[in-house]
Design a protein around this ligand. Structure first.
Ligand code: FE2
Length: 198
């Protein structure tokens, strides 16, 4: 891939089990409540599921827009058709702990590593398209998605840390899955159960 690497590699500590972060990345129904500002430009109803084979989760959005500053945007990956160039973002969860965000103008690698049963370290690395995207005059454009992901992920961490607290509540009975909204989470948990021998 002819891409530039953005130097945003520091790990962020999250006081929750790593699997809660993966589950969070696998579904989009929390957008409405956890990310009201993000939901205004990437609504839950614009998201879709697709197949990539194997145990990997996948969802996408049909309403992605590249960031604009003074009418300029970052270069996009070559060989994208016009529709995908304008709109489509895809999010793939590679079992067990690697998450990928594929956008027309950047590629996100999101890794969550366990530090303990209720602590994890999250790391995001951004790849942009070609040397042209990495010039100093593109710095502000590069920071549009970086800053958005940092704000969004802070909101996610706050939520999953509360979920971690909830897991220890005597009132937590395991819950149940929504067949319409949580297929990807259900499949992830099935893979985990299989991996640890049920
Ligand atoms: Fe989220």
């Amino acid at each position: 891939m002819d891409s530039g690497l953005q130097d945003l590699c520091q790990a962020v500590r999250c006081n929750a089990n790593w699997k809660l972060a993966v589950e969070n990345f696998s579904e989009s129904y929390h957008l409405t409540w956890v990310h009201p500002s993000l939901n205004s430009c990437s609504r839950m109803e614009d998201h879709f599921n697709f197949e990539v084979g194997g145990p990997h989760g996948r969802q996408g959005s049909l309403l992605y827009r590249s960031g604009l500053i003074d009418g300029h945007s970052l270069p996009t990956f070559p060989n994208l058709d016009a529709l995908k160039k304008q709109t489509v973002a895809e999010y793939i969860t590679v079992f067990p702990n690697l998450m990928l965000g594929v956008h027309p103008d950047y590629f996100l690698v999101f890794l969550v590593n366990p530090l303990g049963p209720d602590t994890s370290a999250e790391r995001m690395v951004f790849y942009f398209v070609g040397d042209a995207a990495m010039t100093p005059d593109h710095k502000m454009l590069r920071h549009l998605p970086i800053d958005l992901w940092q704000v969004t992920n802070d909101e996610d961490i706050e939520m999953i840390e509360r979920m971690q607290v909830g897991r220890r509540s005597p009132g937590f009975d395991g819950g149940c899955f929504s067949p319409a909204l949580e297929q990807t989470v259900y499949r992830f948990q099935q893979e985990i159960a299989q991996a640890v021998g049920e």
